[in-house]
Design a binder for this molecule. Structure first.
Ligand code: SF4
Ligand SMILES: [Zn+2]
Length: 468
């Protein structure tokens, strides 16, 4: 890697913390953990609070996290309390936040702190990252700077965007070489006396002002340092002079001028005037998620209080959605004929119920799509109403639940969508005039939504509206 080039070098962005801007006071990225970190006298609790909020905030909106965070801290106010929790309890509380392995790892790491580190959080970013499972460079930097005042930077999606725009970094921002450079910049920029405030302000700037599609450059406290904006302004001035027929000097809008610069936009994708500052950052196109089909069956019986009850079974304790509960489900080979699909599902159900299940008795409900981080999952949903009693295999983790109990259990958002599709179908069948039409491939309403917080692909990014 070449040494950093003058054009891309960072400079102090002290305006971020300047009294005239007061950016940190408007900061809500750390509403939860940050607020607690500021007032909590116990250093271990301080670190724990930021840690929990940081893990929850990854890929999830602040508004969603607050309630989860409060319930979590109420239930497990200390690392010691969390270390004693069961995976089942952790999954139940985490249900709906997605990325279930994060809750699991948080709890495993708490156990490690208690059993191997004498109950004390490591105090530096390096030690946090090295010693705590599930704590990456970003989380370690956030905990160390916010809770322990270590002058260390952080780089998350927001910071990547801000720095790439400030310093006109147009090379693929997901490449290790560019990421290394961004970390160097974040570490060089961080305010040594108030590192936690500075990091939060930088992230908040990305979340509220330097947003992905239409950044509010006019209101930006660091606009005078921003090279992307400078370039846009020069181009605009040049265009207007040309419009009025004034002789204009050729604008100084080239890239940093160094051939093969590792930080400039690649020659094949040069600066695009129509995109303005949103030329940055650039990312290589995302890998397509793997497509999977899974048959799932809502087994329903009449409960003792007259309402319906559903059979849920527990997933293995490792792998995707480890330890969560779901309707009996079975991954399907791609392109399986529908008849065969029913047969394999019926066999699978028989294993849970200990009695034969007729494939013909399975009613097709529809398909529910759920996007996990790396999997495009299609649930082919069937239902089966049961009359007689079923003796469940006591050795297998399964239970009957009411709808209320279902929602309180550690079930994934995808399974909630499945139940919703089933109930909608049921309502349609029972309301007059709405006959049940069997249509394979039909997606019930509400299906097919994607995860929040998904990054733009390069293609979508390049089509983003013109920046000011
Ligand atoms: S001036 Fe615009 S592009 Fe530059 S950092 Fe501020 S909001 Fe982002
Ligand atoms: Zn360059």
């Amino acid at each position: 890697m070449q040494p950093p080039l003058q054009q891309h070098l960072p400079e102090w962005c002290w305006e971020l913390l300047g009294p005239s801007v007061g950016f940190t006071s408007a900061c809500n990225h750390f509403l939860c953990g940050g607020a607690q970190a500021a007032t909590e006298p116990d250093a271990d609790r301080r670190g724990y609070a930021v840690w929990v909020s940081e893990i929850m905030l990854q890929q999830t909106q602040v508004a969603t996290v607050i309630d989860y965070y409060n319930r979590w801290m109420q239930k497990w106010p200390t690392l010691q309390a969390l270390a004693q929790a069961s995976l089942e309890e952790v999954n139940e509380l985490w249900a709906g936040l997605g990325y279930y392995s994060r809750g699991k790892r948080l709890q495993e790491a708490a156990r490690k702190v208690v059993s191997e580190l004498g109950g004390h959080m490591p105090r530096t970013a390096e030690a946090l990252q090295k010693l705590l499972p599930g704590v990456g460079r970003y989380t370690a930097g956030a905990i160390a700077s916010i809770s322990y005042g270590q002058a260390t930077g952080v780089v998350d999606g927001n910071v990547i965007r801000v720095l790439c725009r400030l310093r006109c970094i147009g090379a693929d921002s997901s490449s290790p070489a560019v990421m290394d450079r961004l970390w160097d910049m974040a570490n060089a920029l961080v305010d040594k006396s108030r590192p936690g405030d500075f990091n939060q302000a930088l992230m908040e700037l990305g979340a509220t002002v330097c947003v992905p599609k239409a950044p509010l450059c006019g209101e930006c406290p660091v606009k005078q340092h921003c090279r992307a904006r400078c370039r846009v302004e020069k181009e605009l001035a040049f265009a207007s002079q040309k419009l009025f027929g004034k002789p204009a000097p050729v604008p100084d809008v080239e890239d940093c001028g160094v051939g093969d610069c590792p930080l400039c936009p690649p020659a094949t994708e040069p600066w695009d005037s129509s995109l303005g500052v949103t030329n940055f950052p650039r990312k290589a196109a995302k890998k397509q998620p793997r497509a999977m089909r899974t048959a799932t069956c809502v087994l329903e019986r009449r409960g003792c209080r007259g309402g319906p009850e559903y059979l849920i079974v527990q997933r293995p304790s490792s792998g995707l959605l480890a330890g969560l509960w779901e309707f009996p489900s079975l991954p399907l080979a791609q392109d399986l004929q529908e008849e065969k699909e029913r047969e394999v599902l019926a066999d699978h159900l028989q294993a849970w119920m200990g009695q034969p299940v007729a494939a013909k008795g399975l009613r097709f409900i529809g398909e529910v799509i759920h996007i996990f981080s790396h999997i495009h999952q299609t649930y082919v949903v069937y239902s089966l109403p049961l009359d007689g009693d079923v003796t469940l295999d006591p050795a297998s983790p399964s239970r009957w639940v009411t709808e209320e109990e279902f929602h309180a259990s550690a079930v994934s958002t995808a399974m909630k969508k499945v139940l919703k599709a089933h109930k909608k179908q049921h309502r349609n069948e029972t309301s007059p005039g709405k006959g049940f039409k069997r249509k394979r491939g039909a997606k019930p309403q509400g299906a097919g939504s994607t995860c929040p917080g998904t990054q733009l692909s390069l293609h979508a990014f390049l089509r983003a509206p013109t920046a000011p």
